[in-house]
Every structure is written in structure tokens, then in C-alpha cells.
Design a protein around this ligand. Structure first.
Ligand code: HEC
Ligand code: HEC
Ligand code: HEC
Ligand code: HEC
Ligand code: HEC
Ligand code: HEC
Ligand code: HEC
Ligand code: HEC
Ligand code: HEC
Ligand code: HEC
Length: 390
């Protein structure tokens, strides 16, 4: 076979300038570095020098690059083909901040992505450096006055790029014009906007309370998960927790506690208790007294709510009892007042069935509380702040 290789070398060397004189022509037509990525003679670099003219290779490796006279099939190493995107780009570049963007920012947000390797503007007649052409995300502009100009890449620096907070006005970001080839800017959130931004109270640090499950860097400042009162707390049925401001659903969480036990009064001790009994209720999100202080929520001061013990120390509704907000089961007859109370009007040992004799508006002869339908939902003479007695 030796003669065949020699013939090939002679045959091809006239038609091209590719091969430098080889050391041992009986072994190779290419320089020794043809497969060494570190070498200047690496075939990828040679191809770049040839202006990506695959025709040069085809003259020996065959029109389809499947072997030809050279009998070396490019596909034997490049199963996707020598001109497939993956052959030259692999999983994507690792230069500059490419890795930092991988997985979150598609190529098309920063480059015009060619439909085929030989598309105009890609590599044919268009050498380094690569063109940076920003996509839709960098151009997002929620407030026109906050944008100084179109997004740009110059002198290694990105400017006016929405994603980096450079179109958010005075949101307080410290590194809104990052440099591509330098170490990532320090700081987590504050690189792009302060946490919270200056438009907030400094104490409003529990972002999730007002920005639950936000789509981030999408051009919209999501405040609440819906536009209703249940956007940050409660459900479509009621703005009261659960869910609370941290997303808790269980009564053991302070934010949830005995809300539903009061609002729905499932124990049948009286009709539902309105929010206004315990809170100032805002007419709108930005109403005075609503989100204009740090957490926690404010409780009507006359109730003397104590967060540490989770009890209301002056709620007349509970008599002398101090039920814990986050515990269930504290609402039986006898837990707030005696059966009967130890007052002169009562004889010790009076049974529940006797109460109706003197308190017929409140209890039935079997000892159940009388609940009637009122104009604003069910109601009762029991626990209405008024002792109904003969
Ligand atoms: C003059 C003919 C000729 C041309 C033109 C040519 N090759 Fe080759 N190539 C060969 C031959 C012959 C072999 C088989 C091994 C050898 O003799 O070097 C080969 C082998 C190879 C190998 C495998 C090397 C090895 O050691 O396994 C690669 C890679 C290669 N060529 C790439 C290219 C590329 C890329 C081009 C176009 C830029 C090209 N060749 C152009 C003749 C050619
Ligand atoms: C013996 C295996 C082998 C053969 C045969 C081979 N290549 Fe490669 N080629 C490689 C390796 C290894 C790389 C480095 C990139 C990689 O890891 O895939 C590479 C890279 C390339 C690249 C990418 C260069 C860059 O700048 O990233 C091109 C284009 C290419 N080869 C074309 C060809 C062509 C055309 C042929 C046939 C003429 C050929 N190769 C034959 C192993 C081979
Ligand atoms: C966040 C923006 C951004 C994304 C996303 C991005 N690039 Fe780049 N790319 C750049 C910048 C900036 C340069 C440097 C340009 C310069 O130096 O002039 C660059 C350079 C390049 C280069 C030139 C060689 C190099 O490594 O520097 C190639 C090739 C390239 N990008 C391909 C891609 C591909 C393919 C993807 C998707 C997998 C991608 N880029 C994703 C911003 C990006
Ligand atoms: C033969 C090798 C090769 C192939 C195949 C190839 N590219 Fe590239 N690509 C390059 C090189 C080299 C650059 C850098 C160009 C420059 O510096 O101007 C580049 C640049 C890019 C860029 C940066 C923007 C630009 O045009 O400068 C993107 C995006 C890209 N390629 C995507 C692709 C996609 C998608 C495919 C497949 C459809 C593909 N490439 C196929 C070699 C290749
Ligand atoms: C008490 C509710 C509340 C809390 C807590 C809160 N935000 Fe906001 N945030 C808002 C409201 C309301 C807006 C809309 C302001 C406007 O439209 O001017 C907003 C707007 C924003 C914006 C858009 C830019 C701006 O200044 O308007 C950013 C960024 C932001 N918040 C980040 C945060 C971060 C980060 C945190 C936590 C550290 C946080 N927010 C905590 C209510 C809150
Ligand atoms: C790479 C820049 C960047 C970083 C880093 C960043 N943000 Fe943002 N953030 C933005 C932009 C831009 C907005 C404007 C609204 C939007 O498009 O989502 C925003 C908005 C917000 C908002 C308002 C709700 C919304 O619409 O998304 C909150 C809350 C927020 N960011 C929290 C954080 C927190 C917490 C961190 C740190 C863990 C952080 N951000 C880090 C760019 C950033
Ligand atoms: C019986 C008294 C009472 C009633 C009635 C009541 N709440 Fe509350 N609410 C509380 C208590 C106690 C807390 C816990 C305060 C704390 O964390 O310090 C609270 C907390 C909250 C919180 C903050 C939750 C969190 O995650 O910190 C919201 C929001 C709230 N209530 C809304 C409502 C709404 C809306 C209604 C009516 C639909 C209502 N509440 C009815 C007593 C009540
Ligand atoms: C953007 C998120 C958000 C939306 C939307 C929202 N709230 Fe609130 N709400 C809060 C936060 C945060 C608190 C805790 C208040 C604080 O920081 O003092 C709260 C507390 C409350 C409280 C307890 C009393 C208080 O002010 O502390 C009530 C009652 C309440 N909200 C009712 C409503 C009503 C009614 C609506 C609809 C008009 C509404 N909320 C919409 C975030 C929101
Ligand atoms: C013989 C009539 C009579 C019967 C029977 C009776 N009560 Fe009373 N009750 C009264 C009178 C009169 C008052 C108002 C004066 C007072 O507080 O002692 C009153 C007041 C109360 C009060 C308010 C106590 C307070 O703090 O002032 C409660 C609670 C009460 N009764 C519960 C009961 C229960 C429970 C029963 C049944 C076990 C019952 N009563 C049976 C006559 C009766
Ligand atoms: C959460 C505390 C609490 C529980 C539990 C409770 N009560 Fe009362 N009860 C009160 C209060 C407070 C009053 C004072 C008068 C008022 O506001 O109706 C009262 C008053 C009464 C009265 C006097 C008549 C009236 O309505 O003024 C009767 C009778 C009574 N309760 C019976 C019962 C019975 C029967 C049960 C069990 C089914 C019960 N109570 C459970 C708090 C409670």
C-alpha cells in the first residue's frame, strides 16, 4: 500500500497549499499536529485559516467528506458531521461570562443565531470577534424614563441591559454595567437592585410577603401572585390566612393561627367574627396602615395581643380564659366562664339543660347555642358583648 500514499501526496500537493512538507511522507500528508488541539496545525485551526472552505478538505476527503481518496471519513470522529453546530461549539463557549449565563440565557439573547453554519454574518467572510446583538430581554423597558439608551456591548462592558437592572431607574443596583471578561461582580441581589430598593421602607426585607412566586427578570414587577386581596395572603374565598405571608398553611404558624376558627366560627359558639374586630382593614393595597410598616401585621390595640405568648390579654370575648392563637380545641362550654358562673344568680351544679330557663335567647333547652340568620350572615346573642339575662 505504500505506493498508494505516495501517489496521493504527489497528486494532491499540487492543488493546495495546505500540507507543509511532512517529515515522513509514507505515514502522513498532514503536519503532525493535525489532531493536536494545542498545536497551530490542528485541523480545526487550519480550516479557520482556509476561511471555513470545506471544499479544500473535500478535494481529498471526498465531496461528502466521507473518505474520498484520503480514505479518512470525517464522520468517523464527528458523528453529527463536521459542519454541525456541536462540532465547533460543543455545549457552548466557556469564555468570558458564557458559563455564568448558561442555562438561564439562550444564545439568541446576545447573538444573532445562524440557522445554518454557512448563514451570512456567521463565519463565512465574517471573522472574529463574534457579534453581540441583544435580544428582547435586554431591551425590556417597564418605564421608558428609566432607560438611558438601547442595550450595548462596547469595550468589554454591557450597558443599558435590562437584566442587570440598568433600566430600573433608581432601584439601587451597584454593578448594573458588568464587564464580560472580568470576575462576576460581588453582591447577590444588590448587584442589580437594592434589597429592598429605595422605593421601599428599609425594614421591608421579607420580599416573599409582597412578591410571592415572582417571575424574575421578565420585565414586570409582580406585586402579589394575583391582583386581588389574596395576592399575598389568604385564598380567593377570603383574604385571611391561610396562606399567611410566608406561605404557611397550618394553624401552628403565627400568621395562620385561629383565623378560620374566628372567621367561620365552626364550633357554633356564635356567628363569624369580622376582620375589623382584630385589624384595620385596608380598602386597597396602598391604603394607609396596610403595608406601610415592617412585618408583623398590626392587631387592634385594645385586644392587647402578645406575640410571645400568642394570646390576647384583654379580649372580653374570652372571659378570663387566655386561649393560645396557635393551639386548637380551647372553645368548649366552661373554658371562658363557668357552667354556671359562680355569681349570685346561679346555684352551683345547675345543668346545661337549665340555662335556657333564664337565657332563652342564647341557649336551647338541650344546651346548644342559638344561632340565627342575620342580615350579614349568621349571628347569635351569645358572645355579642351583651349579657342576655332575665
Ligand atoms: C491533499 C489531500 C488532503 C487534503 C486537501 C486534506 N487532507 Fe486530511 N488527510 C489526508 C490523508 C491522505 C489523510 C490520511 C492520513 C494521512 O496520510 O495523513 C488525512 C487525514 C486527515 C485527518 C486524520 C488525521 C489522523 O492522523 O488520523 C484529519 C483530521 C484530516 N485529514 C483533516 C483534514 C481537514 C480538516 C482538511 C481540510 C482543511 C483536510 N484534512 C484536507 C489528505 C488530505
Ligand atoms: C480522528 C478523529 C477526527 C477526524 C477523522 C476528524 N476530526 Fe475534526 N476534530 C476532531 C477533534 C478531537 C476535534 C476537537 C473538537 C472536539 O472535541 O470535537 C475536532 C474539531 C473539528 C472542528 C471544530 C474546530 C473548532 O474550531 O472548534 C471541525 C470544523 C472539524 N474538526 C472538521 C473536520 C473535518 C472537515 C474532518 C474531515 C476532513 C475532520 N474534522 C476529521 C477529531 C477528528
Ligand atoms: C449574555 C450574553 C451572551 C450569551 C447568552 C452568549 N454569548 Fe457568546 N458572546 C457574548 C459576548 C459579550 C462575547 C464576546 C464578544 C467580544 O469579545 O467582542 C461572546 C463571544 C462569543 C463567541 C466568540 C468566541 C468566544 O468564545 O469568545 C462565540 C463563538 C459565541 N459567543 C457563541 C455563543 C453561543 C453559541 C452561545 C449560546 C450557547 C452564546 N455565545 C451565548 C455574549 C453572550
Ligand atoms: C465550522 C465551525 C462552526 C460551525 C459548524 C458553526 N459555528 Fe458558530 N461560530 C463559529 C466561529 C468560529 C464563531 C466566531 C465567529 C466570529 O468570531 O466572528 C461562531 C460564532 C457563533 C455565534 C456568535 C455570533 C456570531 O455569529 O458571531 C453563534 C450564536 C453561533 N456561532 C452559533 C452557531 C450555530 C447555531 C451553528 C449551527 C447552525 C453554528 N454556530 C455552527 C464556528 C462555527
Ligand atoms: C410590604 C410589601 C413589599 C415588600 C415586603 C417588598 N416589596 Fe418590593 N415592591 C412592593 C410594591 C408595592 C412595589 C411596586 C412599587 C411601585 O410600583 O412603585 C414593589 C416594587 C419592587 C421592585 C421594582 C422596582 C421599584 O423600586 O419599584 C423591586 C426590584 C422590588 N420591589 C424588590 C423587592 C425586594 C428585593 C424586596 C425584599 C428585600 C421587596 N421588594 C420587598 C412591595 C413590597
Ligand atoms: C441579574 C440582576 C438581578 C439580580 C442579581 C437580582 N435581581 Fe431581582 N430583579 C431584577 C430585575 C431586572 C427586576 C425587575 C422586575 C422583573 O423583571 O422581574 C427584579 C425584581 C425583583 C423583585 C420584584 C418582583 C419581581 O417582579 O420579580 C424581587 C422581589 C426581587 N427582584 C428579588 C431579588 C432577590 C431577593 C435577589 C437576590 C437573591 C435578586 N432579586 C437578584 C434583577 C435582578
Ligand atoms: C380574632 C382576631 C382576628 C381576626 C378576626 C382576623 N385576624 Fe388576621 N391576624 C390576627 C392575629 C392574632 C394575627 C397574627 C399577628 C402576628 O403575627 O403578630 C393576624 C395576622 C394576619 C395577617 C398577617 C399574616 C402573616 O403571615 O403574618 C394577615 C394578612 C391577616 N391577619 C389578615 C386578616 C384578614 C384579611 C382578616 C379577615 C378576613 C383577618 N385577618 C381576621 C387576628 C385576627
Ligand atoms: C402585595 C401584597 C399584599 C396584597 C395584595 C394585600 N396585602 Fe394585606 N398585607 C400584606 C402585608 C405584607 C401585610 C402585613 C402588614 C404589615 O407589614 O404591617 C398585610 C396585612 C393585612 C391585614 C392585617 C392588618 C395589617 O395591616 O397589618 C389585613 C386585614 C389585610 N392585609 C387585608 C388586605 C386586603 C383587604 C387587601 C386587598 C385590598 C390586601 N390585604 C392585599 C400584603 C398584601
Ligand atoms: C335562674 C336564672 C338563671 C339560670 C337558670 C342561669 N342563669 Fe346565667 N345569669 C342569670 C342572670 C340573672 C345573670 C345576670 C347577672 C349575673 O351576671 O349574675 C346571668 C348571667 C350569666 C352569665 C354572665 C356572667 C357574668 O360574667 O356576668 C353567664 C356566662 C351565664 N349567666 C351563664 C349561665 C349558664 C351557663 C347557665 C346554665 C348552666 C345559666 N347561666 C343559668 C340567670 C340565670
Ligand atoms: C370563647 C369563650 C366562650 C365560650 C367557649 C362559651 N362562652 Fe358563653 N359567654 C361568653 C361570653 C364572653 C359571654 C358574655 C355575654 C355575651 O357577650 O354574650 C357569655 C355568655 C353566656 C351566657 C349568658 C347569656 C348571654 O348570651 O349573655 C350563656 C347562657 C352562655 N354563655 C352559655 C354558653 C354555653 C352553653 C357554651 C358552650 C356551648 C358557652 N357559653 C361557651 C364566652 C364564651
Amino acid at each position: 500500500m505504500k505506493w498508494l500514499v505516495v501517489l496521493l501526496v504527489v497528486g494532491c500537493s499540487e492543488s493546495r497549499e495546505l500540507s507543509v512538507p511532512c517529515v515522513d511522507c509514507t505515514v502522513t500528508v498532514h503536519p503532525r499536529g493535525i489532531l493536536d488541539q494545542a498545536s497551530d496545525d490542528f485541523h480545526g485551526k487550519e480550516l479557520a485559516r482556509q476561511g471555513y472552505d470545506f471544499g479544500v478538505c473535500a478535494s481529498c476527503h471526498g465531496d461528502d467528506l466521507r473518505g474520498g481518496a484520503a480514505k479518512v471519513d470525517c464522520m468517523s470522529c464527528h458523528s453529527d458531521g463536521p459542519s454541525a453546530c456541536v462540532t465547533c461549539h460543543g455545549d457552548g463557549p466557556t469564555t468570558g461570562a458564557h458559563l455564568a449565563h448558561r442555562g438561564t440565557t439562550p444564545c439568541a439573547e446576545c447573538h444573532t443565531v445562524p440557522a445554518a453554519w454557512d448563514a451570512p454574518g456567521h463565519i463565512l467572510g465574517d471573522r472574529a470577534p463574534a457579534e453581540v446583538t441583544f435580544g428582547a430581554r435586554a431591551r425590556l423597558t417597564p418605564v421608558a424614563a428609566d432607560r438611558e439608551g438601547p442595550p450595548a456591548f462596547a469595550d468589554g462592558t454591557c450597558s443599558n441591559v435590562y437584566c442587570h437592572g440598568d433600566a430600573l431607574g433608581a432601584a439601587g443596583g451597584t454593578a448594573t454595567r458588568p464587564r464580560w471578561n472580568e470576575a462576576a461582580p460581588t453582591g447577590t441581589c444588590v448587584r442589580c437592585h437594592a434589597a429592598p430598593p429605595p422605593s421601599h421602607l428599609a425594614a421591608q426585607t421579607t420580599c416573599i410577603a409582597c412578591h410571592p412566586a415572582s417571575a424574575h427578570i421578565d420585565g414586570i414587577t409582580q406585586v402579589g401572585s394575583s391582583s386581588g386581596c389574596d395576592g399575598c395572603h389568604g385564598t380567593a374565598a377570603s383574604a385571611a390566612p391561610p396562606r399567611d405571608l410566608l406561605g404557611n398553611m397550618f394553624t401552628t404558624a403565627l400568621g395562620v393561627g385561629a383565623h378560620q376558627a374566628h372567621l367561620q366560627a365552626p364550633a357554633g359558639l356564635r356567628g363569624p367574627i369580622a376582620c375589623t374586630t382584630c385589624h384595620l382593614v385596608p380598602g386597597a393595597l396602598t391604603a394607609t396602615g396596610h403595608i406601610d410598616s415592617a412585618l408583623p401585621a398590626e392587631i387592634e390595640s385594645t385586644l392587647a395581643w402578645d406575640r410571645t405568648s400568642a394570646t390576647c390579654s384583654s379580649a372580653w370575648c374570652h372571659g378570663v380564659a387566655r386561649p393560645v392563637w396557635t393551639q386548637t380545641g380551647g372553645a368548649a362550654c366552661g373554658s371562658c366562664h363557668g357552667i354556671p358562673p359562680a355569681t349570685a344568680s346561679h346555684a352551683p351544679g345547675m345543668p346545661l339543660t337549665s340555662c335556657a330557663t333564664c337565657h332563652p335567647q342564647t341557649v336551647t333547652s338541650t344546651g346548644s347555642i342559638v344561632i340565627t340568620a342575620g342580615p350579614n350572615g349568621s349571628t347569635s346573642e351569645h358572645m355579642d358583648g351583651d349579657i342576655d339575662a332575665p
